[in-house]
Design a protein around this ligand. Sequence first.
Ligand SMILES: [Cu+2]
Length: 246
Amino acid sequence: MSKRTVRAAVFGVAVALLAAACSDADSTSAADSDADGETADQMEDMEDGEMAGMGMEDMNMGDLSATRADEVVGAALASGSFELMETRPEGYDATSGTAWVARHGAGTTVTVELSGLIPDVDYISHLHADTCAAGGGDHYQFEVGGAEVPPNEVHLAFTSDGDGNGFMTAENADIVGLEAVALVVHPVELIDNKIACVDFVEASEGAAAAMIDAGLDESHDESHDDGSGDVHDDTPAEHDSSEEDE
Ligand SMILES: [Cu+2]
């Protein structure tokens, strides 16, 4: 596993805490008040999880080495172009890009690719449960009313490069429902200032519903299995981390 993956995962935990705090006005900020208590423990857990090769089951906020959504073989793919939102802060008039969501037998893979961001800034994207025209609505949740963090939601945390480009892929071990209709990108520092939104359009109409109906491929379904330790050789997360080993 690369150091890059660990850094991304640790950064992701911090962002998850921020995002949870920001989307719930009366909660105190765990990230601020308990920086070396709970947060540190969670970071440690994350690293342990990654070490054990269990990235898919953890609070996955993104993995640069994961297979991007539009390259997942056999997936039901949906995608769309980012549209600017009225709520965007200054400096984002040239932001554009694409987001993809792939539903497949090992769960869900989401990829965002953006340009025209502000260089070296932290961003977060979530799957949302309403259309861009409706402002994206709430975050998509597997268990509605449950935890506001992955794996119950799908978040992608990333930092723009020096040219204002952003890229991230996040995986989830379950298949998102048809309610996951949109993706929104926010600056972490201005979480309520939604920058841009994608309405997903299926590459092949009805494929997502069919994939949801088919459910997880049991041979990939490590999270729900009783630890047989049987790792299929085409599990995306495993496959990629070995390919990316430098
Ligand atoms: Cu969001």
